[in-house]
Design a protein around this ligand. Structure first.
Ligand code: NOJ
Ligand code: CA
Length: 543
């Protein structure tokens, strides 16, 4: 790792760690920083360039840590600031960068400022840091509007004195008022705090939600849903949110090399470059592949579109197949394509016994391997999610009384929630938690974890883990810059492209075999026949 390299983020492979489910150092069932420290060697061998840590801050875990009590500390169950420093040092020593998650849209309801707000009268300075409103009706007993939160249920919560506070997500996640200068300054302090501790970059949660303009008259939910989202919506993607990021940029650029940021912004495609602008956060997630079927032309269109979009702001593209909010891609690709496209993301298929009867596990993993190898061949930066390197499937059958995701509870179980991709990793094939820690893990692990554990895959050259390692090693060696030239026809199941240096990536998205193009085989997602590229397979060739 070249510590001075200011453009590392443009082409980095970033590995997302969900700390509570990665490795448990003290055996209490919850992953922690010492556990993660003990696995730095694993990440190094895997060959990723950076590690992104989902929140590890003090939290009641109403939303898996995205409800932050204190932005500048470590949850005591996960370790200490000293443990954090030791982790950063070890990752840097092993040549990896460190990205942490910043959650600026809302704090938790246990944050000192929110506790103070509740104890303070209406109109107070303390309440102005959040979004409080008088209720309607006698004594303010009715909510200011009928708005629903993104996790289901109402978005306004009464505080007992006729006022209500607003939360886009769970009740335990009150939204900040970003018009408040103290809020702005406090996040600048937080960015400096972690930058001073050696953090290289930040992932910005709900980056498109901070700026809000509620106005005097609140529209009802139906009206709100119909309002265009291009700049003037009361809640989403408002133009002035970028004034906040321009301030953050001055902090990022005061470090050498500048600290980086990537926006989690679910916005209209044409609005994404604003978040990726060099005057703002610099990079934005492209989630298009999370919503795409395993379809060559769909993949190709998404790649073309995103290379174009990234160029508009001078950023690099990002690619994501899995993260902690969606059904794992091995599972998505093994499920039948639903008629209703709305069903794809919600994981509705995982309800009602869907997966055990309808999931084609083998096919899902085969396609996932092909898709990953396709994506790792692209220019730009790829974000991997812990466990995908094992080809893990979603854990669908978590009993209701063990579930944790607020979206499951707030929707009355109508949304299955995201726990299925957050089950602690299997490191060993035996033991109470498959080597995750000493005792049982905080989310139950299924018996089918045994044959897909790290130990089971580590020495098997045909394993998914070995495929990821081989691909990441080659990707580093090939160092191909940012150009891409399509070599396949604009239609058909085989999609291929050439990268500088004669590196060709060929994916057969169809079910039937195709001819294998000429060239030296560098790596393949499945065994190749003689001159044959089997269906649902990617190969990297040197031409
Ligand atoms: C996006 C995060 O990725 C998700 O896990 C979280 O629930 C919401 N933001 C709210 O913070
Ligand atoms: Ca622990």
């Amino acid at each position: 790792m070249d510590a001075a390299d200011a453009s590392w983020w443009r082409h980095a492979v970033v590995y997302q760690v969900y700390p509570r489910s990665f490795a448990d150092g003290n055996g209490d069932g919850i992953g922690d920083l010492p556990g993660l420290l003990s696995r730095v060697g694993y990440l190094h061998e895997l060959g990723v360039d950076a590690v992104w840590l989902s929140p590890f801050y003090p939290s009641a875990l109403a939303d898996g840590g995205y409800d932050v009590d204190d932005y500048r500390d470590v949850d005591p169950r996960l370790g200490t600031l000293d443990d954090f420093d030791a982790l950063v040092q070890a990752l840097h020593h092993a040549g990896m960068r460190v990205v942490v998650d910043i959650v600026p849209n809302h704090s938790s309801d246990r944050h000192a400022w929110f506790v103070e707000a509740l104890a303070s009268p209406r109109g107070s300075r303390a309440r102005d840091r959040y979004i409080f409103r008088d209720g309607l009706g006698a004594g303010g007993s009715l909510p200011p509007a009928d708005w629903t939160s993104l996790f289901g249920g109402p978005a306004w919560e009464p505080v007992g004195d006729g006022q209500w506070y607003f939360h886009l997500f769970a009740r335990e996640q009150p939204d900040f008022n970003w018009d408040n200068r103290e809020v702005r300054d406090d996040f600048l302090t937080t960015l400096r705090f972690w930058s001073d501790r050696g953090v290289d970059g930040f992932r910005i949660d709900v980056a498109h939600g901070l700026a809000k303009h509620l106005g005097d008259e609140l529209p009802d939910q139906a009206t709100l849903d119909e309002l265009p989202r291009e700049g003037g919506h009361p809640l989403w993607d408002r133009d002035e949110v970028h004034e906040i990021y321009a301030e953050w940029r001055t902090v990022f650029d005061s470090y050498v090399p500048p600290r980086t940021a990537v926006a989690e912004a679910w916005v209209e495609r044409s609005r994404r470059p604003r978040y990726a602008s060099p005057e703002g956060l610099g990079q934005a997630f492209n989630f298009d592949l999370l919503e795409a079927d395993f379809d060559g032309q769909a993949f190709r269109r998404i790649v073309e579109d995103n290379l174009e979009l990234a160029a508009l702001s001078g950023s690099s593209s990002t690619w994501v197949l899995s993260n902690h909010d969606v059904v794992r891609h091995a599972t998505r690709y093994g499920l039948p394509v639903p008629d209703d496209p709305e069903e794809k993301r919600g994981g509705a298929w995982l309800l009602a016994g869907g997966p055990e009867t309808e999931l084609d596990r083998e096919r899902g993993v085969r396609r996932a391997r092909a898709a990953t190898l396709f994506v790792l061949g692209l220019p730009g930066s790829t974000y991997l999610y812990q466990g995908e390197e094992l080809g893990l499937h979603e854990v669908a059958d978590i009993p209701a009384d063990r579930r944790q995701d607020p979206s499951f509870f707030r929707s009355g179980g109508a949304e299955i929630g995201r726990d299925g991709c957050r089950v602690p990793l299997p490191w060993e094939s035996t033991g109470a938690s498959f080597g995750f820690g000493g005792g049982p893990s905080h989310l139950p692990q299924p018996s089918w974890f045994a044959p897909v554990s790290v130990a089971a895959q580590r020495h098997d050259p045909a394993s998914t883990l070995s495929l990821y390692r081989a691909a990441l090693r080659l990707r580093r060696e090939l160092r191909a810059g940012e150009e891409l030239e399509w070599t396949s026809e604009a239609a058909g199941d085989v999609v291929s492209f050439l990268r500088p240096g004669g590196w060709e990536v060929v994916t057969n998205f169809g079910g039937a075999s195709a001819p294998l193009p000429p060239g030296e085989v560098l790596v393949a997602s499945a065994p190749l026949g003689d001159g044959v590229l089997p269906g649902e397979t990617t190969v990297w060739l040197r031409r």
